[in-house]
Design a protein around this ligand. Structure first.
Ligand SMILES: [Zn+2]
Length: 345
């Protein structure tokens, strides 16, 4: 019988749970809006209820452990959420210990972006690679680095805070307080902000016609560009240049086998790709110029699948003589079901 893990993805807006097997398949899934303002107790209660809901769908399966992705900064070794900016009252919460006591199971806590990086590495676009950089470009920019077959953690697990590397000395202030963060110039939010500034309500532009809100979103820009709108294409061109600059830094720093781009803005990956790579060719040193830039494959479930695999892998390590990390090439049979789910989401 296949081993399964209970996985959670704790986000500021949504809390998701799934039972995931060794091939990265989601066997059951449930999600609720996160009671982000309710503090840790309310959210932990939600986690218990979701676990029960997921277990009820698959009563014959017993998980070997729990993997949970949560917003950083967090300490994966200590299992402590340090200070999640999107969750009220989460300061130094020993989430792994709390869940381990409630469920009587081993728990692995990981930064949500790292968990998604692991998911893409083991079951998605990064399968077979030794080193990847995963970048998610949506409301913000996050990411994770797999270096030489393991997650790069750094002190207290704080490494690879990709969205907050400084790449310019001007522009809007980032939510972190600094000027010129990668996230502040290249996130979906930044793209939407530029589109909003370039248009007026009811000006007859396609960008405004597509936007249901007062502001144009990054996703609106991608959709308008896909329909050939000149204004949107111009905005995407600037977006691709910023992404290319950030990615060039990441190639120089981490020298990955490939760079995987996910997040909402990766819906426009085909429109962005050529200009991103042209920017990299202009800026990167020759040895880095041929690193493939590829779209993520697992969509919104990458974090759940990655968090589960951390538990399944450490369970395998304790039950056999083989060293901890599974060779990602072993997971070739991975998850057509998960991928199908992902492409729908
Ligand atoms: Zn910042």
């Amino acid at each position: 019988m296949k081993k399964v893990a209970l996985a959670f993805d704790l986000g500021g807006t949504e809390l998701r749970a799934a039972l995931v097997d060794e091939d990265g398949n989601l066997l059951s899934f449930s999600a609720v809006p996160t009671q982000a303002a309710g503090g840790p107790d309310a959210v932990i209660r939600q986690i218990e209820l979701l676990a029960a809901a997921v277990a009820a769908e698959t009563p014959d399966l017993v998980p070997v452990g729990i993997g949970i992705g949560a917003p950083g900064p967090l300490d994966p070794e200590a299992g402590v959420v340090i200070a999640a900016p999107t969750l009220t009252g989460w300061h130094e919460v020993p989430l792994a210990d709390i869940l381990s006591n409630r469920f009587q199971l081993p728990v692995r806590l990981e930064n949500d972006a790292n968990a998604a990086a692991v998911g893409e590495w083991r079951y998605g676009a990064g399968r077979g690679a030794r080193s990847i950089v995963f970048v998610t470009v949506s409301t913000g920019i996050g990411g994770g680095v797999i270096a030489d077959g393991r997650i790069l953690h750094g002190r207290r697990g704080l490494a690879a805070e990709i969205g907050h590397m400084t790449i310019t000395n001007e522009g809007e202030r980032c939510f972190c307080g600094a000027i010129g963060c990668f996230e502040a110039v290249a996130s979906g939010t930044a793209l939407g902000r530029r589109a909003t500034a370039h248009t007026q309500p009811f000006d007859g532009s396609m960008l405004r016609a597509l936007s249901a809100e007062a502001d144009v979103t990054g996703r609106n820009v991608v959709d308008a560009a896909r329909r050939g709108d000149a204004q949107a294409l111009e905005l995407l061109e600037a977006e691709a240049r910023w992404l290319g600059i950030g990615f060039t830094n990441l190639l120089h720093l981490y020298s990955p086998d490939l760079l995987v781009m996910g997040g909402g803005i990766s819906h426009g990956f085909d429109l962005l790709h050529d200009l991103i790579t042209a920017t990299i060719r202009d800026r990167a040193m020759p040895a880095y110029r041929d690193v493939p830039i590829v779209p993520a494959l697992l969509g919104r479930h990458a974090g759940l699948i990655g968090a589960a695999s951390l538990v399944l892998e450490s369970d395998a390590a304790t039950h056999s003589e083989t060293p901890g990390l599974t060779d990602p090439a072993d997971s070739d049979a991975a998850s057509s079901a998960a991928r199908k789910e992902a492409s729908n989401g």
